[in-house]
Design a binder for this molecule. Structure first.
Ligand SMILES: [Zn+2]
Length: 453
């Protein structure tokens, strides 16, 4: 029997084990679920040992523990693959909107409903079941495997960086396989090959030393809210380009081949406008909406406040004004450098009557994996053969900090091999996993590990 036949023959058990895992309400952000977090970590460690990992243990962090496992392949020159996933889940609230209880998994048709079914217990277990299918039929996995399964992804991965830094030696690998994302549709697999970085700052503008009466000082004192509004209004030109000097210096020009690839992605502008609740799009006219939202850097004001905002009227000329600003960055941009550029820019454009302070709240590096890298090619072949359709290559507009962490600390690329679907209701009531994707996911990982070997 080969690995695929083994996986097929064991489908009922693979489903039953996933249901067991899903019954543990491992909500990382809620302190009352602390015992459940430990239950989930224990369950996962036991699962890894049962599958045959010679070493599987729960390693502490300052927060929820990491489940680590290791299986070295005896074949010389076999590469090492680091599997990443997370065993924690989002809170189930609002409970009244669930059609079935979130921690009592139910299969309806082809879908398995439960909190964490898609994000990320189903995807994580698909990785493990692939390793099991390979080793059960060949005696050992075709590559050396290390597992890094965290319990804080849904609450900000606060202790992951420190853990990876402190445990570089046991995590050393040639490539990481991350299964915690979605494909375009059930019959159209896709591979995310780039994620954007981020720089997040808070701006504080100070005018007069204290709040003033607008009837006595208005007209002669530069209102800091006006000053902030003027500065923010100047951060984009009329074409939606960001005006901060040096902002685009490291941004790589998209090649014609890449633009052609992005143009092939299914995209319905009208559906997109409807979904966003807007009548027309905005931004750099020379780039498509797909490019603007995934392959170009952006700047957005996330919040702005100051002065009097309570009910009724108060004629105040405020002392201060604030804004929060995030910038999504393409992989080549350095988030720390962008942080300095925006700080310098605000100083340069600040009107004389106000002072401006810009504080960075956080930043994270983006990442890109070359499309011609052997691991991406292996992933593409694995998807094509398991789903019967060539995968499309997409860029993620958001950030995935673990990708940058693994690049920085271990020097490795991450292959984002997801099996979720866009309508899985992640972080929402009635989360589900499309079961054919679970089983195709197992086949895809089997093929990916075999091709890498
Ligand atoms: Zn996730």
């Amino acid at each position: 029997m080969d690995a695929f036949a083994f996986a097929r023959a064991n489908r009922p058990r693979f489903l039953g084990e996933l249901e067991e895992f899903l019954r543990i309400p491992s909500v990382s952000t809620q302190p009352e679920h602390q015992p459940d977090m430990l239950d989930a970590a224990n369950w996962l460690r036991d699962q890894l040992l049962a599958v045959g990992f010679p070493r599987a243990e729960i390693l502490p962090t300052a927060g929820h523990p990491i489940v680590f496992a290791e299986w070295s392949c005896r074949r010389p020159a076999a590469p090492t693959v680091l599997l990443y996933g997370h065993y924690d889940v989002q809170p189930a609230d609002p409970l009244e909107l669930w059609r079935t209880p979130p921690f009592e998994p139910v299969v309806v048709g082809d879908d398995l409903y439960a909190r964490g079914a898609s994000d990320d217990k189903g995807q994580l277990l698909a990785q493990i079941k692939a390793v099991e299918s390979l080793s059960a039929t060949a005696g050992e996995p075709p590559v050396s495997i290390r597992c890094l399964f965290e319990g804080e992804e849904e609450s900000g991965s606060e202790h992951l960086d420190d853990f990876v830094t402190a445990n570089r030696s046991i995590l050393q690998a040639d490539v990481a396989l991350i299964s915690d994302s979605s494909i375009l549709s059930k019959d159209q697999p896709s591979i995310i090959y780039a994620v954007r970085g981020i720089t997040y700052v808070e701006v504080e503008v100070t005018g007069p030393a204290g709040d003033l009466h607008s009837g006595r000082y208005g007209g002669a004192v530069h209102n800091p809210i006006h000053a902030l509004a003027e500065m923010i209004a100047g951060l984009h030109d009329s074409q939606g380009r960001i005006t901060i000097p040096g902002f685009y210096d490291r941004v790589q020009v998209l090649t014609p081949a890449e633009r052609a690839g992005l143009a092939r992605l299914p995209f319905d502008r009208h559906a997109w406008l409807r979904e966003a609740g807007i009548t027309t799009d905005w931004g750099e006219p020379e780039y498509s909406i797909v490019e603007r939202t995934t392959a170009r850097p952006t700047l957005d004001v996330n919040g702005i406040w100051g002065g009097y905002t309570q009910p009724g009227a108060k004629t105040v000329l405020p002392s201060k004004a604030f804004a929060k600003i995030s910038m999504r960055l393409v992989p080549q941009q350095d988030p720390a450098e962008i942080s300095r550029l925006i700080q310098d820019h605000f100083q340069a454009i600040a009107p004389p009557a106000v002072t401006v302070q810009v504080r960075e709240l956080h930043h994270g590096q983006g990442a890109i994996v070359p499309l011609d890298s052997p691991a991406i090619q292996a992933a593409a072949r694995a998807y094509a053969e398991s789903f019967g359709a060539e995968p499309l290559f997409v860029r993620e507009g958001g950030s995935l900090p673990v990708v940058a962490t693994l690049r920085r600390e271990l020097g490795i690329d991450s292959i984002l091999m997801g099996f979720g679907l866009p309508d899985d209701n992640l972080h929402a009531p009635n989360e589900k996993l499309h079961l054919p994707n679970y089983f195709r996911g197992i086949d895809t990982v089997i093929r990916f590990l075999s091709y890498l070997a």
